[in-house]
Design a protein around this ligand. Structure first.
Ligand code: NOJ
Ligand code: CA
Length: 509
């Protein structure tokens, strides 16, 4: 548990325009979190009922995966109406209750803004596809052939099919979609689309949301040679930022591409406040700790040196798009723990994916696509549908939910939940973890990652092992260790000795 002094300091850091740098976020799939009315589908009232659990975990902000009406061809990333709530999840009054309850607890809320494409059932697309002369004929991207010389990209990876062009018989033309054919791309070269989507952002900000997670925001415009963050997309993002800046204390996080997100920050003040550090979090879909060396992690952290002043890394080890952290750690809980530690000790704002704090195991059933394996219902208790619903859950629980649930882990001081609580309590109110300087240390054993974190007030040394065997190594520069304040390792001069699967934090100031 954080001390009252830590809580007071955290409250101070979380006040004012820089709040997001000092927050810990939690990504929620509303459909799978908590069901309030027994229809087997998680909803906003259910989530509202769990805010105290999140507060107790040490969460300061919630990112809601899409909550708007949807034909559900891509789990809500296919939006049919941008100014309403998916009836499965409640209504606008339920959203307002949720937002007020979060704000009462000093928790912020980011909503997912899916601007690159709409659902094919959206009224705009229904109009656009009806004829070449309809009111919204030019709101989407059309071609007489399944290609266009000014657009040099296909679908966004194999999940979404072979061709980015689908024939629309009513119009006799093909439309462009980076994702499923049910997700036609909007035409951002049309100023009406720009104006309308910025107005949607304004709508949610006026409602009082604290900002956005912006879905595939680098993909809005295409050219013949590039499809990510082309100059027109950068201009659009600057306009979106100006809309946010016209409201106090708002922030947005980019779903960047898989490379370094450095370009999403612009000057550090004119584009994104935060961008996901996928080079740390995803590693080309493999998990960092499946490797036995620090090399990829070392590089991902080193690359953040190029960020402009003011940019804040959004660190993570999982999301709704990749396998559960538990799976990517090859079912080895200590690997997940070390990966989570690095994501919380490196410089930035951590994002925890719901259930990650339980070490949730994957599911075996899918309704939309195989990403559902990592989107199973949150198990709150051992018996009775794990407290998720009084009805039949919309999708099966993941494996081992009898052991891996909040009730069971609450009772076990060695559980993953206890680990996450202690990790978040350890960081709480210590701004050094959020914004302090980070310096990587070169150690002659690539199974050891070492770095320092320093602010005017505090200085820490972090050491993490990538190995399941005891390790030692010698740093190429002097180490200032100080007192061991977490974990287990020995520092003697420049020599670091770690037990099997070990990690430690030392404090020298
Ligand atoms: C990224 C989202 O995270 C993913 O779940 C979705 O399928 C695509 N964008 C398309 O919106
Ligand atoms: Ca429900």
């Amino acid at each position: 548990m954080p001390t009252p002094e830590q809580q007071a300091k955290a409250a101070q850091l979380l006040t004012g325009p820089d709040w997001y740098r000092h927050a810990v976020f939690y990504e929620v799939y509303v459909r799978s979190f908590a069901d309030s009315n027994g229809d087997g589908i998680g909803d906003l009232d259910g989530l509202t009922g769990k805010l105290d659990y999140l507060k107790g975990l040490g969460i300061d902000g919630i990112w809601l995966m899409p909550i708007m009406p949807t034909p559900f061809k891509d789990s809500g990333y296919d939006i049919a109406d941008y100014r309403a709530i998916n009836p499965d999840y409640g209504d606008m009054a339920a959203f307002d209750r949720f937002l007020a309850a979060a704000h009462d607890r000093k928790m912020r809320v980011l909503v997912d803004l899916v601007l690159n494409h709409t659902a094919s059932t959206h009224a705009w697309f229904q109009d656009s596809k009806s004829s070449k002369t309809s009111a919204k004929a030019d709101w989407y991207v059309w071609s007489d052939t399944p290609s266009r010389p000014d657009i040099g990209c296909g679908t966004y990876g194999p999940t979404f099919g072979d061709s980015a062009w689908t024939l629309e018989p009513a119009r006799g033309q093909y439309y462009f979609h980076r994702f499923y054919p049910d997700q036609p791309d909007l035409n951002y070269r049309n100023p009406e689309v720009v104006a309308e989507t910025l107005d949607i952002a304004k709508f949610w900000l006026t409602k009082g949301v604290d900002g956005f997670r912006c879905d595939v925001i680098g993909l809005l415009f295409e050219t013949a040679t590039s499809c990510e963050l082309v100059p027109e997309t950068v201009d659009y993002i600057k306009k979106l930022r100006a809309v946010l800046d016209s409201f106090p204390d708002r922030a947005m996080v980019a779903e960047s591409g898989l490379g370094t997100p450095v370009a999403y920050f612009g000057s550090g003040k004119d584009m994104f406040h935060m961008a996901f550090d996928f080079p740390y979090g995803y590693f080309g879909w493999n998990f960092a700790f499946a490797a036995k060396t620090r090399d990829q992690v070392f590089k991902a952290i080193a690359d953040t040196d190029a960020y402009p002043a003011g940019a804040q890394d959004a660190t993570l080890i999982g999301s709704h798009d990749v396998a559960r952290a538990y799976s990517r750690a090859l079912g080895d809980l200590s690997r997940q723990r070390r990966a989570a530690e690095i994501s919380m000790f490196m410089k930035g704002t951590p994002f925890v994916y719901y259930g990650e704090e339980l070490g949730l195991h994957p599911g075996a059933q899918f309704v939309v696509d195989n990403r559902d394996f990592a989107r199973t219902p949150m198990p709150w208790t051992t018996p009775q549908n794990h407290g998720f619903t009084t009805g039949k859950p919309w999708i099966d629980f993941g494996e081992a939910a009898d052991q891996t649930n909040v009730e069971a882990e609450d009772k076990d001081p060695d559980s993953m939940l206890a680990f996450y609580r202690s990790l978040l309590a350890f960081r709480r109110g210590h701004a050094v973890w959020d914004t302090g300087d980070l310096k990587l240390i070169d150690v002659d054993n690539s199974g050891i990652l070492a770095f320092t974190r320093t602010s005017a007030e505090e200085s820490y040394l972090v050491v993490e092992s990538f190995s399941d065997e005891p390790q030692d190594g010698t740093a190429k520069s002097d180490l200032r260790a100080g007192d061991l304040v977490r974990g287990n390792a020995t520092i003697a001069g420049r020599r670091i000795t770690l037990p099997a699967a070990g990690s430690a934090v030392f404090r020298s100031k």
